[in-house]
Design a protein around this ligand. Structure first.
Ligand code: NCD
Length: 291
């Protein structure tokens, strides 16, 4: 199968190569174009950033994006993911971006011949999110080795946490997790958020994944923010150069105090900009058989 499914099978050297190409696209040092090609975004879960930044990346690469809305499609008639992807292949698109709630959904698609780009699978992986997070960190520090990062919040239900932790550890970052007990798992060593804000170079906030919870959270929003959220008071205790990242969508007033989202340490909107360049890099490397 061609494409990008999980970074766990991509070497650290290759990951650095992708980030390097994304930075060159951002600085305008490289230009490539694939006129005549088209790619479809097949999102079976909600998405704003991932879907539209893949489309922006396609436009910048001269590729025509084809949108698919699961509402109004033949999914309502019981069509499967496999048959939907095979349909777009038959229509002649040159690649598909897929987001689906099933962990490892792409394993059911091994007879598809066009490249598949994983836009998020269940609670497992979100490789382009991990890459854009890494690019944002690299722009700040120029390295990964030895940086302390804490993933904060709903670790257990987050594909971003699981994907980021695996690669960050491989790049020799010291990875920690913080959050309410019921949202933690064995992804990394646990810190309290108050320890984390003073120690870490990167605070990687995560959205509370309400849609994946089987039980209602036993805490109101204000209480969550006070105990586990990023408040201006916590920001004031961070190291001088330390930054805050979040994949978004953000729940203002729950895991992040509204003012923190646009504070001087936040890189949340810069991450979205970087997402376009990372996706340009991934698409072009796959089209040129370099990934
Ligand atoms: C994330 C996702 O969908 O995995 N968002 C994103 O792609 N930027 C995180 C989330 O929904 O919390």
């Amino acid at each position: 199968m061609k494409g990008l499914f999980t970074l766990s099978t991509v070497s650290s050297e290759k990951i650095i190569e992708i980030i390097d190409l994304a930075l060159r696209f951002k600085r305008g040092e490289t230009k490539v174009s694939y006129p005549g090609k088209s790619m479809a975004t097949l999102f079976f879960e909600n998405s704003t950033r991932t879907q539209y930044s893949f489309q922006m990346a396609m436009i910048k690469l001269g590729i025509t994006p084809v949108s698919f809305s699961s509402v109004g499609s033949s999914l309502a008639k019981g069509e499967s993911l496999y048959d939907t992807v095979k349909t777009f292949e038959a229509l002649g698109v040159d690649g598909v971006v897929v987001r689906h709630s099933k962990d490892g959904y792409y394993r059911d698609l091994d007879s598809v011949r066009i490249p598949i780009f994983n836009g998020g699978d269940g609670k497992s992986d979100h490789p382009t999110q991990t890459l854009l997070d890494l690019m944002t960190i690299y722009e700040e520090y120029g390295r990964f080795d030895g940086l302390d990062v804490c993933l904060v919040g709903d670790i257990k239900h987050s594909r971003v946490a699981h994907g980021n932790a695996e690669v960050m550890k491989r790049l020799k970052m010291n990875v920690y997790i913080a959050g309410p007990d019921e949202m933690l798992d064995d992804t990394a060593k646990v810190l309290s958020l108050d320890e984390a804000v003073e120690k870490c170079d990167v605070i990687n906030l995560l959205r509370v994944q309400f849609e994946r919870h089987s039980e209602k959270l036993d805490m109101n929003e204000a209480e969550y923010l006070k105990k586990y959220g990023m408040t201006l008071e916590r920001v004031s205790r961070m190291k001088d150069k330390a930054i805050i990242i979040h994949p978004a969508p953000i729940n203002r007033g729950i895991e992040i105090q509204s003012e923190v989202a646009e504070c001087e340490k936040s890189r949340i909107f810069k991450q979205m900009t970087n997402g376009v360049f990372v996706r340009m890099a991934v698409i072009s490397m796959v089209l040129e058989d370099k990934l």
